[in-house]
Design a protein around this ligand. Structure first.
Ligand code: DX5
Ligand code: ZN
Length: 236
């Protein structure tokens, strides 16, 4: 499976509606929404009002990445704004397991994220509570950074653990993903690829979406004989 989740952070903020519409139509079934509070990360982005405003513009799965301190304070607000998947950081709360459980109880998908220096071992008891695990491939806070190569080993180790225990969570990678490295991440076990600059910074964002999905599926040996995308591999 390969899902592309373009990060809104790299989009033109004066034209959000038309931009998100276009990339969804090109095949990006998720939209990644980076919420930053200036405390957990040294940057401030946007909150529930912006998410709510673009919700009617697309049917994409709203993949909301909360880079905020004590995210448990704002779960209801983000669900009401239209989140389908809510990601919290392991490092941002005293009780990640309770917050994941709370998110699931509210009827949406729960995802746990870890920063580059946090080992996957800390997730051992949490994995059964997660619908998705986000491995940060850059330090959170800013778009346009270079992927940290050492994070690829973490992804491969997490994928091995997923297989060994028969878990069904998706693996998402976030930060510095480009046409040049997406195949490596795909081969390591990534299912959901976040890409900000590589999509919204491209001259033709729709073509970038198609080419990145093709490269990801190619690495998994999932292109059909004509070298095209199979619909069944593009999960909703
Ligand atoms: C970083 C964010 C990322 C970022 C990705 O804190 O979580 O989602 O916007 O942007 P690129 O693809 O430009 O690294
Ligand atoms: Zn993100």
């Amino acid at each position: 499976m390969a899902i592309l989740s373009p990060s809104l952070l790299a989009a033109d903020f004066s034209h959000l509606g038309p931009s998100v519409k276009k990339i969804y139509e090109a095949g990006a079934s998720y939209l990644h929404l980076d919420v930053m509070d200036g405390i957990f990360v040294p940057n401030i982005s946007f909150g529930p009002c912006v998410i709510k405003a673009i919700r009617p513009c697309t049917n994409a799965v709203f993949d909301v990445h909360l880079m905020i301190d004590r995210p448990e304070r704002y779960i209801d607000e983000f669900i009401e704004s239209g989140a389908d998947v809510l990601t919290i950081h392991y490092e941002a709360t005293a009780s990640p397991a309770d917050v994941l459980t709370l998110i699931r109880q509210k009827g949406i998908k729960a995802c746990i994220a870890i920063k580059p220096n946090t080992p996957i071992d800390v997730l051992d008891t949490i994995l059964p509570l997660a619908d998705m695990v986000l491995i940060m491939t850059v330090e959170p806070g800013f778009g346009g950074q270079k992927l940290l190569p050492e994070t690829v080993d973490k992804i491969a180790a997490l994928d091995a653990r997923r297989k060994a225990f028969g878990y069904s969570f998706l693996i998402e990678a976030d930060g510095g993903i480009t046409m040049q490295n997406i195949h490596t991440l795909s081969a390591a076990g990534v299912d959901v690829f976040v890409a900000g600059s590589a999509v919204f910074g491209a001259q033709h964002p729709e073509a970038a979406v198609q080419n990145m999905l093709k490269a990801a599926l190619n690495a998994k040996g999932r292109l059909n004989a004509k070298g095209c995308l199979n619909k069944s591999d593009l999960a909703e």
